[in-house]
Design a protein. Structure first.
Length: 338
């Protein structure tokens, strides 16, 4: 039954992506490297799988990298660039201090440069690695996916790398974990994403961990009066305070307790119980469209969510892309070409 549901959702997703690719044929397309670097996707997949087998928690950071890349200057790999003597790069902005997984992207890039030098962009590697990380973390359906050699969604490729990365732009464009629903919707709308996309992509919080400092004020000083965020379940707040002491900069907490390495719909059940780690998670309950989507995930098959997530990820992956002769293909992902 699980395999049948998976194949059904994969067929529908493939059809949607085909239609999208037809509309954007001059920009990105599935199989962009078919002739120039036939093993490109397999190399990225093998690299991600190797690290995932050693540490399944790598899936969350790789997915987060793609999101943080696309929301600043578009999906151009600018989040990977190092700061220079004159410019502080995106990765050094406060919201990006906890980003991880760069070493996986670098390893994939190194392998690709050996196989086909100067062909595959770092921006595409981020997009492919995010897809592969999710595919490897999809629980029971994920096992069938890995056996069949399929993916949760197909990634249109053909992005080129940007040459500018500014910390100030990361601060201005990345949604805050303390944002209210109006701010979140406006932030997503500015990138061409809908309220439904917001609710779907928030489901990425079903995997990964968060540092205590990312939500500390929800526990100890939400309005500056030593209070707790009223949208957070009081009993869960007590549990979190036992894990996160004031000023703790090192401890991490699972986004979904006991299930932080399995991509599924448990996140939405937590949100309904007011146990999302971020205020922005609970903000989904403040809008009819987003709360309707949260409700819809409570008793629907995982394959339905996988389908929705794939469509929204492809949509997000098209934000501000550089194609054709724009940008460059970096030799090293952390550095622009000399």
């Amino acid at each position: 039954m699980a395999m049948r549901l998976f194949l059904s959702f994969l067929f529908r997703l493939t059809l949607v992506l085909f239609l999208l690719d037809s509309a954007y044929a001059q920009a990105l397309r599935v199989g962009f490297y078919k002739n120039s670097c036939p093993d490109a996707e397999a190399i990225v997949r093998k690299t991600v799988a190797s690290y995932f087998s050693q540490d399944p928690t790598v899936s969350g950071p790789l997915l987060r990298l793609h999101f943080h890349d696309c929301f600043v200057r578009g999906c151009d790999g600018s989040v990977l660039l190092n700061s220079t003597k004159t410019t502080s790069a995106e990765k050094d902005a406060m919201p990006n201090h906890s980003l991880d997984g760069f070493y996986v992207i670098d390893a994939a890039k190194e392998a690709l440069e050996k196989a086909c030098p100067g062909i595959v962009s770092c921006a595409d590697i981020i997009a492919l690695a995010a897809r592969d990380a999710v595919s490897l973390a999809t629980g029971s359906v994920g096992k069938e996916t890995r056996t069949a050699g399929n993916y949760v969604w197909e990634v249109p490729t053909g992005r080129r790398d940007g040459i500018v990365s500014m910390a100030s732009e990361a601060l201005a464009n990345l949604p805050s974990p303390y944002a209210e629903i109006t701010q979140l919707k406006a932030s997503f709308a500015a990138k061409g994403l809908s309220a439904k996309d917001l609710a779907i992509l928030s489901g990425a919080h079903t995997i990964g961990n968060s540092h205590c400092y990312s939500f500390e004020s929800r526990l100890y000083n939400f309005t500056g009066r030593g209070d707790t965020d009223p949208t957070l379940d009081p009993k869960y707040a007590i549990k979190l305070r036992s894990q996160c002491k004031p000023g703790d900069e090192t401890t991490t907490v699972e986004m979904v307790p006991g299930s932080s390495t399995t991509f599924d719909t448990k996140y939405y059940k937590l949100v309904m119980k007011r146990r999302g780690l971020f205020h922005s998670d609970e903000a989904l309950l403040q809008d009819k469209e987003t709360i309707d989507y949260v409700y819809s995930r409570l008793d629907s098959p995982k394959s339905s969510f996988f389908f929705d997530f794939g469509v929204s990820m492809v949509k997000m992956g098209r934000i501000g892309v550089l194609t054709g002769k724009a940008g460059e293909i970096r030799k090293q992902c952390a550095l622009v070409n000399s």
